[in-house]
Design a protein around this ligand. Structure first.
Ligand code: SAM
Length: 365
């Protein structure tokens, strides 16, 4: 018979139990916040508020969005949750306005290029993501041989961002790609303003997995003397807008990376396992000169800061569980980064700046 161990925690007091139950309700139901956000985006609420001059009452919104007037009180309840969770503001009872977050959900918003983040909301709250997350417990119980498929692959039988996903559900695949583009396009303007020295003095740069070249074109606009190569898969390069300013290279980062003084990996490594990252980083090392000759890698990715707390750490951890659920990659803290740099043969690195949840890291051969 199993030995009976005394519980290590004392029975909570009544006050603690009451609080615990309320907390449990919140933790079990807080998925309604992203659902309300999805609803607001699908109805076009941020765009409507913007077009109405920045503030709107419920009846303004019902009219602007051609909703049945009978739905007005129900809409008010969704709006109340969105205000409480910081997605919208309401400085005067019944009047709603945008906050920076909801400004990013206005159609056609332009900040250093197209900046709408609507696709991220739609992809992150899609059935494909939710079904993958619902499969987590079953995935944990399976003892599968390496390479371990992500829960997304386990549930859907296809890999996210691969051709197989496009064949399974072209519409969902399109949404996921749009979300990725929205995610990637944000930020280079800020990086150029906040980390100007990052590119100063470089004569050439390879943007490894540089997508359609949006980032590279922004860099070359700010630093016209830098010769930039953009490496990505042939299917991506084929669709990239023509540009005299950048040299597009269709290829595979596991095979060869165009030589340059610096190689940049922006939002790339979180997608790959440590083993793959070490392989990628070793290829990058071959593409750059010595540290004395100015050789370096520029990595822009989340740097989880376990010593922080609150919403920023929670965001980083949610992004990590997203990676766990949908990819074979992960988000890394400084120790994790340092370990893969050393294993790939680099001698040193420096976190140049943290920009929100992301860090800008220079890695030296
Ligand atoms: C998350 S996106 C990063 C885009 C870009 N760095 C940015 O920040 O805008 C990842 C990119 O990696 C590319 N990619 C995936 N596997 C690749 C491979 N084996 N070789 C080259 N590029 C690859 C994808 O096509 C995609 O454009």
């Amino acid at each position: 018979m199993a030995a009976h161990h005394a519980p290590t925690m004392a029975v909570p007091t009544d006050a603690q139990l009451i609080q615990a139950q309320a907390d449990l309700w919140r933790h079990s139901l807080c998925y309604f916040t992203p659902m309300a956000l999805r609803c607001a985006v699908q109805l076009g609420i941020p765009t409507a508020i913007h077009r109405l001059g920045g503030t709107a009452s419920l009846s303004d919104l019902v009219t602007a969005l051609s909703l049945p007037p009978s739905k007005t009180p129900y809409l008010g309840r969704i709006m109340r949750l969105l205000v409480t969770s910081g997605v919208l503001a309401s400085h005067k009872e019944g009047i709603y306005s945008l906050v920076p977050l909801s400004y990013l959900l206005v159609d056609g918003v332009f900040i250093d290029g197209e900046a709408s983040q609507v696709a991220i909301v739609i992809a992150a709250t899609s059935r494909h993501y939710l079904d993958a997350a619902l499969g987590l417990a079953d995935w944990f119980k399976k003892d599968v041989a390496h390479p371990l498929p992500a829960p997304f692959e386990d549930v859907h039988g296809v890999m996210i961002l691969e051709e197989s996903m496009a064949l399974l559900d072209p519409e969902a695949d399109k949404v996921i790609h749009e979300a990725l583009a929205a995610h990637d396009h944000m930020g280079i303007g800020t990086i150029l303003r906040e980390c100007h020295d990052l590119f100063k003095g470089l004569d050439s740069l390879t943007d490894c997995c540089g997508g359609d070249g949006t980032t590279a074109r922004a860099i070359v606009q700010a630093f016209p003397h830098i010769k930039i190569h953009v490496l990505d898969l042939p299917k991506v390069i084929e669709k990239a807008p023509p540009s005299d300013a950048v040299n597009y290279v269709a290829g595979d980062l596991f095979h060869s990376i165009p030589a340059a003084q610096a190689v940049m990996l922006k939002l790339v490594l979180h997608f790959w396992s440590d083993e793959d990252c070490i392989n990628i980083l070793s290829h990058c090392k071959k593409a750059i000169p010595s540290r004395e000759a100015g050789g370096k890698l520029i990595i822009i990715d989340i740097v989880v800061d376990p010593s922080s707390s609150g919403p920023l750490l929670e965001t980083q951890l949610l992004m990590d569980v997203l990676m766990l659920t949908c990819t074979r990659g992960r988000q890394r803290d400084e120790n994790d980064w340092s370990s893969i740099f050393i294993k790939a043969g680099f001698s040193d690195y420096k976190i140049i700046k943290m920009l929100g949840a992301r860090g800008v890291i220079e890695v030296y051969p």
